[in-house]
Write a new protein. Structure first.
Length: 170
């Protein structure tokens, strides 16, 4: 009887600890890595969080926070390159980042959609505008294990399909 009680108690403690660990690895832990005022956009995946930040110098950065048993850890980061009122960033897959991510940040109110194509690929990845913490800024994020981050062509379209932005990433 006592043995069953201790086994049940041990199971309850283990379950509670597991729930606590998964609760602590939620998106709120990204606030421990970045100041919440700096986060423009955050997207949760099963592997971690994709975050776009703006620092005090108005520099944009794309980061991936890897989620593991110990919590959230920054696995990679990329600074933005500007082209007019549009900035773009790429973060290639590696051993800590499970997929390549391309992000476009724009204050152009007519930019509706981006399409990402890589040379040699038959797949075009699309992204529509996502809300950011800034009223006049939109984020477009494309993540895929199919992307390599090499010889990438990004096209930004308005709602009618007119090309507004063309970005080539060698």
């Amino acid at each position: 009887m006592m043995k069953e009680f201790f086994l049940t108690l041990l199971l309850a403690i283990t379950t509670g600890a597991t729930i606590l660990i998964f609760t602590l690895t939620s998106s709120h832990q990204s606030l421990l890595v970045f100041d919440s005022a700096d986060i423009l956009f955050e997207h949760q995946t099963i592997h971690g969080n994709i975050i776009i930040t703006s620092n005090t110098y108005d520099e944009l950065s794309l980061s991936f926070l890897n989620r593991n048993i110990g919590g959230m850890m920054q696995a990679g980061s990329s600074l933005a390159q500007a082209q007019g009122n549009t900035s773009f960033m790429s973060l290639p897959a590696n051993s800590d980042i499970p997929f390549t991510t391309h992000a476009v940040i724009s204050s152009n109110p007519n930019l509706y959609e981006i399409i990402v194509v890589e040379s040699g690929s038959r797949i075009a990845h699309k992204a529509h505008a996502k809300k950011t913490t800034c009223e006049d800024t939109a984020a477009f994020v494309v993540s895929s294990a199919d992307l390599t981050g090499v010889d990438t062509f990004i096209v930004g379209l308005d709602a009618d399909g007119t090309i507004l932005v063309e970005i080539e990433i060698p």
